[in-house]
Ligand binder design. Structure first.
Ligand SMILES: *Cc1c(COP(=O)(O)O)cnc(C)c1O
Length: 423
């Protein structure tokens, strides 16, 4: 099936007489006739449902749709994008391990990796994705377990060279993990470029209506864990909590997601609720249509801002002069996403006056949903940082993040025009 068909019909495959629309299995628990069958489920010898913290039919149908959209072998839903990125790394890293993450990733992930996971004894080195291979390879140690990056970064809108980093990671026997939240699989499938694990904050375009916080982790099924068995004992050595089962042997191309479900969901419990999964599925049904409109509208806003003398700079890979235009043409030939970043000539106060003057476009922490919104990281999400710290995180102090929605473009542009006139 093509991606547009998977968006509409993937995941839930009703049998004769069953509900056409994915039902919400609003049940914590599931019934079995024999104690023996339940025991086999607990031993992972049989698949089935027993408790919604681990698995639920509504969530699994939506996860299957996302796996199909990404071209992966298996996927799981999580309670948030934060939980997805934590699981993605923690599933293959333990105390004493190390991994690499791009220094321009989403602020929440930056903090998770640099501060919270460090407290768990897992060390993250942040690298500049624009520096040459040799410098990145110097950062790889014997205990380095993965490389992490974002396809399109939030909020700076940089494009990541997935194929290059996949090659680099594989040369060292480690997987590449990609947060593909912004382009979604409609606009980019990182696994086609060599990524091994893909994560999502489904809170953004996938849900699309700003109704449900959620996340997803997808595996390609193609990474050869056993070729680097010493690096990945959790997948390649017997697990005492499952009677000595070895995930890589027992589950092959779905070993990574099975392990994350069986261990991390069991122990941390950051599961998505069936009701949120239902809402997410409603969003996914129109994702292919909405992404196209987001990209068209953002292109128009970027071109409009770029031509205005009051605008100092625009970061949007759809603009021919953009630093990442060539990479975007390679990875997102049909457009990246609806988010762009720009700066106004003038002071922080001018940026604030501009945002306060917008009427249709709202000021919101959220990004990537149907409604247009703006955010000034320096005065909102990153307000504790100095200008210098902001620049180190790849965020210009004057950066305004503009998440262009799917309203009529004439109304969006009229609002931007009148707000620019106020500064
Ligand atoms: C929002 C976001 C996250 C975090 O997701 P939540 O659903 O808010 O927990 C992670 N990565 C990216 C790129 C994001 O935009």
């Amino acid at each position: 099936m093509k991606k547009g068909t998977i968006c509409v019909q993937g995941g839930w495959q009703p049998k004769n007489g069953e509900a056409r629309v994915l039902p919400i299995y609003q049940s914590t628990t599931f019934k079995y006739d024999s104690s023996e069958q339940m025991a086999r489920l607990f031993d992972l010898k049989e698949t089935g449902y027993f408790y919604t913290r681990l698995q639920n039919p509504t969530c699994d149908a939506v996860a299957a749709k996302i796996a199909a959209l990404e071209g992966g072998s298996a996927a799981m839903l999580t309670s948030s994008g934060q939980a997805a990125n934590f699981y993605a790394v923690f599933n293959i890293c333990c105390e004493g391990d190390h991994f690499l993450a791009a220094n321009n990733i989403y602020g929440g992930t930056f903090n998770l990796f640099g501060v919270t996971m460090r407290r768990m004894g897992i060390e993250c080195t942040f690298y500049d994705p624009d520096c040459p291979d040799e410098e990145i390879e110097k950062l790889i140690r014997p205990n380095t377990k993965c490389i992490f990056g974002e396809t399109i970064t939030n909020p700076a809108c940089h494009i990541y060279d997935i194929e290059r980093f996949a090659r680099l990671a594989h040369r060292h026997g480690i997987p590449l993990i990609i947060d593909n939240t912004f382009p979604t699989p409609v606009n980019c499938r990182p696994m086609e470029w060599g990524a091994d694990i893909v994560t999502h904050s489904t809170t953004k375009y996938m849900d699309g209506h700003a109704t449900a916080v959620g996340g997803a982790v997808v595996e390609s099924g193609r990474f050869d864990w056993k070729a680097s068995a010493d690096k990945f004992p959790g997948l390649c050595k017997p697990d005492a909590s499952y009677h000595g089962l070895t995930f890589a042997d027992a589950f092959g191309p779905t070993a990574y997601i099975t392990k994350a479900t069986a261990q991390l969901q069991r122990d941390f419990g950051a599961a998505q609720s069936p009701e949120n999964a239902f809402l997410l599925n409603m969003g996914l049904e129109t994702l292919h249509l909405r992404m196209k409109r987001h990209c068209e509208n953002a292109q128009a806003v970027a071109e409009f801002l770029n031509a205005d003398p009051r605008v100092a700079w625009v970061s949007f890979s759809g603009l021919p002069g953009d630093k990442y235009h060539a990479l975007a043409a390679k990875y997102c030939p049909n457009g990246g996403c609806g988010v762009l970043a720009f700066g106004l000539k003038g002071t922080r106060e001018d940026a604030i006056r501009f945002m306060d003057s917008l009427r249709l476009v709202s000021i919101a922490t959220h990004v990537a949903d149907a409604r247009s919104c703006v955010l000034h990281p320096a005065s909102h999400t990153h307000r504790q940082l100095s200008d210098e710290q902001l620049r180190a995180a790849g965020i210009a102090p004057d950066l305004i993040r503009f998440s262009v929605g799917i309203e009529d473009i004439d109304d969006i542009l009229a609002d931007v025009r009148q707000a620019l006139d106020k500064i």
